[in-house]
Design a protein around this ligand. Structure first.
Ligand SMILES: C[S@@+](CC[C@H](N)C(=O)[O-])C[C@H]1O[C@@H](n2cnc3c(N)ncnc32)[C@H](O)[C@@H]1O
Length: 473
């Protein structure tokens, strides 16, 4: 980035620069730019030039306007974010995933047969696709019939649409073995497209780690077995990092794992996790607490170490050489207040955020016994049913929710998603049209009820993207 541009220098001298800088850092969380004024001013300067503006205050007006603010912030974020990523980035961590983390999760989830992974700050998706490749090529024998889900989120919409496309330039494969490249990608000209079967369990969605709350059942950002947030938190200040790490902790099931970039091992910030050291990498595990006590009714316990060994001994053609599995960590007792007799709707959300689906479903049914005409209860029940893989039942509950409240825009949206997933594309398109009609009557900046700070504008963007995909399917 040139620091010599006259425009950049004039921005630095502009009396409104300080206020603009504060606003930008606050709304994006990108504290990385706190002491990089020339770089920041040059990037902001490019947006000012595009908008034909000449001073910081006018640009701040655009950013804070309810009409233009959201769209402009997206464009600015695209200028500010650094999307450097590549497949199997930092080999030792992928070795650890293959040899320690994934076998451990597979062993523990034998009864639920579910595996949920979040790539937070996924950029153009290489990290999420690397995991999909690892699962499919190395562990598929253990995952037949499982409900697999890898969610990639990012703040940069342009990166997300490239991630959905799944096409990469050669440079993205600098750490990828040739045999993996040949098997999982098809070359067209200078780029490589991922083979569709590796896309099956992936979804990419917009999410600002600093602004949008999580865990969030509504945004499907909860109850993960593994979260990767690598080379993202380095752009944030210590306070933001610390609160993100706590939020990741809440988003994980007991025994779930967090993986951060190899250059960010500030152990002090991860004190709520157990640090597990393997060759070349430190992993963080949320210790198993009292939520799933041994021998609890309905929870089938398996002798984990035996299963892990069994899985490892059957991984024949490992992408990376095997390393020893560390001894199992001793479980630390943890009180689980939320699991107590829950009777409010907020408890359903809390239980769901912790992945306690059976209890959340039971709690919803109990609420419906006394409040059967409440569309919100049907709505939350449907989200829980969906997470349990009960798609037909989820659809039914959503239909009840929209029947009881025709203007319940979020219920229409989730009905569309469920119908899309169930292959009813015409029904899905109709439901998305309903969302569009309802969202048009709202202000773009209006925060939707029960949507964890999602605005009508966000919902409109998502809906347009889905309708576009449906038109081409
Ligand atoms: C350097 S890339 C890391 C990509 C990938 N995790 C990896 O390690 O290869 C950092 C990513 O974080 C994203 N990012 C930055 N701030 C974010 C925020 N507040 N919320 C979500 N993503 C963010 C950027 O858009 C960028 O795609």
């Amino acid at each position: 980035v040139s620091t010599q541009s006259p425009f950049c220098e004039s921005l630095l001298l502009d009396p409104g620069y300080g206020r603009l800088k504060d606003h930008v850092i606050k709304s994006t969380g990108l504290a990385y730019y706190s002491n990089k004024d020339s770089d920041l001013a040059a990037r902001i300067g490019r947006r000012l030039a595009k908008a034909c503006l000449h001073d910081c205050n006018s640009y701040l007006d655009v950013l804070t306007s309810s009409e233009t603010g959201e769209a402009e912030l997206d464009e600015l974020i695209a200028e500010l974010t650094i999307g450097e990523t590549y497949f199997f980035r930092y080999r030792e961590q992928f070795q650890a995933l293959q040899n320690t983390v994934l076998p451990d999760i597979i062993a523990r989830n034998q009864s639920s047969r579910r595996l949920r992974i979040w790539s937070a700050g996924c950029a153009t998706g290489a990290e999420a696709y690397s995991i999909a490749i690892l699962l499919k090529n190395e562990l598929s024998g253990y995952l037949a019939g499982w409900d697999l889900s890898i969610i990639g989120t990012d703040i940069n919409r342009a990166f997300l649409s490239r991630a959905r496309e799944g096409t990469f330039e050669e440079w993205a494969f600098r750490s990828t073995p040739n045999e993996v490249l040949g098997k999982c990608f098809r070359q067209t000209g200078k780029s490589w497209a991922i083979v569709p079967e590796y896309k099956e369990c992936l979804a990419f969605q917009y999410h600002n780690l600093v602004k949008h709350p999580f865990p969030s059942l509504v945004h499907n950002l909860c109850s993960f077995d593994l979260i990767l947030c690598r080379n993202v938190m380095i752009y944030f200040n210590r306070d933001i990092m610390s609160s993100l790490i706590e939020q990741f902790h809440e988003c994980l099931v007991e025994g779930g794992w967090l993986l951060v970039g190899h250059a960010e091992p500030n152990v002090e910030l991860f004190r709520s996790f157990q640090a597990v050291s393997v060759p070349g990498a430190t992993l963080y595990q949320k210790s198993r607490g009292s939520a799933y006590p041994l021998g609890a009714p309905g929870v089938e316990e398996v002798p984990t170490s035996v299963r892990v060994e069994e899985i490892l001994s059957n991984v024949n053609r490992a992408i990376f050489p095997r390393v020893n599995v560390p001894a199992k960590q001793a479980p630390r007792a943890r009180a689980n207040a939320a699991a107590s007799a829950a009777s409010e709707l907020s408890d359903v959300r809390l239980l769901a955020d912790q992945g306690q689906w059976e209890q959340a479903a039971r709690c919803s049914r109990k609420l419906l016994e006394t409040d059967a005409m409440n569309p919100k209860v049907h709505f939350y029940y449907s989200l829980v049913l969906e997470q349990m893989g009960l798609h037909a039942e989820a659809e039914q509950s959503l239909r009840r929710a929209v029947y009881l409240d025709r203007s319940f825009v979020l219920a229409h949206y989730y009905l569309a998603l469920v119908l899309q997933k169930r292959g009813d594309h015409r029904g899905a398109a109709r439901a998305f049209e309903n969302v569009r009609t309802l969202a048009r009557t709202m202000d773009a900046g209006e925060v939707l009820a029960d949507a964890d700070e999602m605005t009508a504008g966000d919902l409109m963007n998502l809906t347009e993207t889905h309708l576009e995909v449906l038109q081409h399917s």
